[in-house]
Design a protein around this ligand. Sequence first.
Ligand SMILES: Nc1ncnc2c1ncn2[C@@H]1O[C@H](COP(=O)(O)OP(=O)(O)OP(=O)(O)O)[C@@H](O)[C@H]1O
Ligand SMILES: [Mg+2]
Length: 327
Amino acid sequence: MYPPRHSAPILVGHSPGIDALRRFIRKAGDSRSPVLLLGESGTGKEIVARAIHDVAGSGAFVPIDCSLLGTLLETELFGHTKGAFTGAISSKAGLIALAEGGTAFFDEIGEFPGEMQAKLLRVLQEKEIRPVGALETHKANFRVIAATNRDLAREMERGNFRQDLYYRLNVVTLHLPPLRQRKEDIPELAAHFLARCGSSHQLSSELLQTMAAYDWPGNVRELENCIQRMVAVNSGPLLTTVDLPSALAGPVEALLGAAPPIAEFEEKAPLSDPPRKPPGILRLDELECNAIADALRFTAGDRSRTAQLLGIGRTTLYRKIKRYKLA
Ligand SMILES: Nc1ncnc2c1ncn2[C@@H]1O[C@H](COP(=O)(O)OP(=O)(O)OP(=O)(O)O)[C@@H](O)[C@H]1O
Ligand SMILES: [Mg+2]
């Protein structure tokens, strides 16, 4: 009746923070209250959402990308009837209908478009939906879990997020601790990710010390990527600090080194100069492409953080990723 169930997520770690998380998951899973998960990027919000859903064990877990544009999001969420708009050659069920009896996971709820927030509030209050183009509404029974790495309370104070929607979602709240606050989990997480790559590599004690000294701004996702990259380039059996990506040695310096400031670059290469290209000088678009690739590596592919790091908007970042074929 429902889509096939995924295998249960394994929440690795035994720090006080993770143990508390496990207790919370059991409690929250048994209730049907909305849950709001707050935490930096890569801290495990989605894996925790899946774990909460799995406690009840009914229906499907349906992730919803809240950063879609308003009209697209509306048809994604509520579905549409045949002929509702040009190109709607057949009717289509929305994601909320797919989550019937299960969980709708609103990922990045902080990005939910302002003009759609009132509609979402109504759906959560009335528990009914109306597909785009339909005249009738129909009942919807689903559990809500929302997640964000933004300070949603501040977004509400600034008027970017509706107060009534905030309180409706914020019934049970959980803050996921960043990895730098539970470094004792690093060896267990590293072993878990090694096993997941099917690797029998060992980690040197010096490597574990370096990992413990690093702050992991990309959290568990960055650690996962780091392990995968080290395994890919080292035939084993021992991984040492030599195998670490450069970001761990000095992240900011590494990034600055990859992309010198443009003003300085222009001063040294005035337009009237003959088009010589001394070694080490790159075209501006090559510099830009390298800087984006480095920042993506550094953030372990997290596009919001990459855009922040580069000082550009997400839309601009998406455009450039496409242009340089970095995805
Ligand atoms: N405690 C954990 N045990 C095992 N794996 C974990 C744990 N926490 C996170 N991960 C893994 O780290 C990666 C990132 O986790 P997840 O996608 O849940 O983070 P997130 O908080 O949703 O990040 P974002 O805000 O960037 O979407 C995933 O591959 C996930 O399986
Ligand atoms: Mg996520």
